[in-house]
Design a protein. Structure first.
Length: 285
């Protein structure tokens, strides 16, 4: 498999690198960024936090704006930030910022023309970790986090793969996509009009139905939400997630922060708390 290194920048004793590879799952070239903390250059294997970004983002927004490297360096956690959709001139797109390239919603599309490339769920759950674990000095201990569309993706992926992740966190997640305009638009396009297929990708539905019985475990969850977020009431609906957690007894810590909006200024303000939360579950703190 050809994997091309696009950039390498030393930061906080570790390395922030970008790669391009041909994805079998997405049927196109795909980019991701990885932060390798200093421990990874010293013969140690480190656990990995996967970060899923929101609408309009690439592999760069989080690495450039979240200010995560200092604490990841201290804790010895690698961070992997994939792009938010398949890309390319032959990849289906839409004029809106909330559908198509930059808006993959971390689902496996079943509808044409999207189903040819938009298989982001399988890419994040299977192909990307397998590639990362074959290329870098990392363990198979994983946690997952994200923002907005990526917060939805992180919660859904952790809830559906509770044996694969130690912890999950989200900033301003789209908590109930089957009941908000962003989610309804994307799911209608990618999954079709039959709404019965949508609930597998709805964090609130999954959390309401979650159970720690039959050998399964709950993945501990932390969610942070800004109270001055313009998308809060119409698109994000954290109260639905909170009610779902109460219903199933899910270990969800939902924190509300006065004055913060939807931007990376909010993420940068609380990323240390999220990294230490993941560190405690990845046994590095
Ligand atoms: N403000 C955008 C909405 C998209 C948006 O807010 N994207 C968030 C994620 S949902 C983001 O992280 N944007 C990129 C950035 O701030 O770096 C628009 O209306 O076009």
């Amino acid at each position: 498999m050809t994997v091309e290194n696009l950039s390498s920048n030393k930061t906080f004793g570790g390395w922030n690198k970008q790669y391009s590879h041909q994805s079998k799952t997405l049927n196109c070239a795909m980019r991701f960024a990885i932060y390798l903390p200093p421990q990874a250059s010293n013969g140690q294997k480190v656990p990995v936090l996967y970060w899923l970004s929101g609408l309009t983002c690439s592999d760069e927004n989080f690495m450039h704006k979240a200010g995560a490297h200092r604490i990841a360096s201290e804790l010895g956690i690698a961070i992997v930030a994939p792009d938010t959709s398949p890309r390319g001139s032959d990849v289906a797109d839409d004029e809106g910022y909330d559908l198509g390239q930059g808006a993959g919603f971390y689902v496996n599309a079943t509808q044409a023309p999207w189903n040819k490339h938009y298989q982001m769920y399988d890419y994040i759950v299977d192909e990307l970790p397998a590639l990362v674990e074959s290329m870098f000095p990392v363990t198979d201990k994983r946690s997952i986090a994200g923002h907005s569309m990526g917060g939805h993706g992180a919660l859904v992926i952790a809830l559906r793969n509770s044996d694969a992740y130690q912890s999950v966190s989200a900033f301003s997640p789209i908590s109930n996509p089957i009941n908000c305009p962003w989610g309804k638009k994307a799911f209608t396009a990618y999954l079709g009009r039959d709404m019965t297929t949508w609930s597998d990708y709805d964090a609130s539905t999954l959390m309401r139905n979650a159970s720690a019985e039959n050998g399964k475990s709950f993945v501990p969850a932390l969610v942070s939400q800004g109270e001055a977020d313009d998308f809060l009431a119409e698109q994000l609906k954290p109260e639905v997630l909170e009610a779902a957690a109460k219903n199933s007894g899910y270990p969800l810590a939902l924190e509300s922060h006065e004055g913060y909006d939807h931007s990376y200024f909010f993420i940068a303000s609380f990323i240390e708390q999220h990294l230490r939360f993941h560190g405690s579950h990845l046994s590095v703190s």
